[in-house]
Design a protein around this ligand. Structure first.
Ligand SMILES: Cc1ncc(COP(=O)(O)O)c(C=O)c1O
Length: 373
């Protein structure tokens, strides 16, 4: 049997929508992007959304918009994809890694205060695997120390905890529509927020800092435009947005299917010695982005090979990023500094989890995991 690690949900409707855009003259940022931003804002319950090229750009521009830059420190987690940390560095600030909770792999809110210095400007929590961090605790700390909160919800569009959606307790929340995310256009991202001034600023920063986007410049008569600040180039195109619209309409249906598969995995592995997995926190709705199992670190790579030999696509999300060469070299981190994240990073294996995964395939994966030694 061959089981892919991921399969997207792009079908006939998405193909029809993208063909409609391709048949028009307007391929870049225009009506489809505006429609997506409107519908996404409604879904996520924020006033404004800016469609972008990636979550990395959403994080980077959010930090710039909130004035985070050289000399500032941003507290974040080492148990994430490197983009969380590199976007802090792109803004000119320094990521400060705080260890994670052993049960979830999420940033440990109880350790944040110890890491706050007079340079700390923001907290950047990541909702790993789709399970939300303790945002009420994080928001309390942020309020007490006057810190900005920018959430990395690349895994957690659909998530909720304690009655709050991803982003509801933050200044800005960033999403990814990368190839393996729960809705995807290959590469894409967005930031959602309630602050109009910051939202306008992020939009401007995403398009060279100029005063008019292509839709304003070229529809009807040509009008002059100005450059008001140094900006970047990471605006979402109509092609990307058209791929996302129908997936967004089905996002809860897809999540429900992943929930079903994740529960089946959880039940099947609950009595297997040597295998544990992250807990979904109480009062939570998980985004169910990834299902990872944790095995003995000494056996992890062998277990990965076993699954791959069985034809099962498996991955590692993630090795603790402060142990990767660049962060060690440039920031002086050492193995041993953040032991919980390191242990999780050395134990973790992500299994296939997507709506198209059949019951037969799920059973085969469970059987193969049970055979791991
Ligand atoms: C937790 C997390 N943050 C940020 C990113 C970056 O997303 P993008 O590839 O859209 O820039 C990813 C992508 O995999 C991610 O998993």
């Amino acid at each position: 049997m061959k089981i892919d690690f991921f399969k997207h949900n792009i079908g006939t409707k998405e193909k029809r929508d993208v063909c409609k855009v391709l048949g028009s003259i307007f391929l870049t940022t225009g009506d489809a992007v505006r429609e997506f931003e409107k519908r996404f804002s409604k879904y996520i319950d924020r006033k404004y959304t800016i469609g972008l090229m990636s979550c990395t750009s959403a994080l980077h521009l959010s930090m710039l918009a909130y004035g985070i830059g050289p000399g500032d420190e941003v507290i974040t987690t080492p148990m994430t994809f490197v983009a969380t940390a590199t976007s802090i560095m792109h803004a000119g600030a320094k990521p400060v890694f705080v260890d994670v909770e052993p049960e979830t792999g999420n940033l440990n809110a109880d350790l944040i205060v110890k890491a706050v210095t007079n340079r700390t400007k923001a907290i950047l929590p990541v909702h790993l695997y789709g399970n939300m961090c303790d945002m009420r605790k994080i928001k309390d700390i942020a309020d007490k120390h006057k810190l900005i909160v920018i959430e990395d919800a690349a895994h957690a569009i659909e998530a909720q905890r304690d009655g709050y959606k991803a982003g509801e307790l933050a200044d800005a929340v960033c999403f990814s529509f990368y190839a393996t995310k729960s809705i995807t256009c290959g590469e894409g991202g967005a930031v959602s927020l309630n602050n109009k001034e910051k939202s306008d600023l992020i939009r401007k920063l995403s398009l060279h800092g100029i005063t008019k986007g292509a839709a304003d410049r070229y529809v009807g008569r040509y009008r002059h435009w100005e450059v008001k600040m140094l900006g970047w180039k990471c605006n979402m195109s109509n092609i990307q947005a058209s791929l996302l619209l129908n997936q967004l309409a089905n996002i809860e249906k897809y999540r429900a299917k992943r929930e079903e598969i994740a529960r089946k995995y959880a039940e099947a592995f609950s009595d297997v010695q040597g295998i544990s997995f992250p807990k979904v926190p109480k009062n939570s709705k998980s985004g169910r982005h990834l299902f990872t199992i944790w095995v003995d670190p000494r056996k992890r790579d062998k277990a990965l090979r076993h699954l791959q030999t069985k034809g099962i696509g498996a991955a590692v999300n993630y090795r603790a990023i402060h142990t990767l060469d660049y962060f060690k070299k440039t920031m002086g981190y050492h193995t041993g500094d953040l032991p919980v994240a390191e242990r999780i990073g050395d134990s973790t294996i992500s299994l296939p989890l997507y709506p198209k995964l059949s019951a037969k395939e799920t059973d085969y994966i469970i059987k193969s995991v049970r055979q791991m030694k």
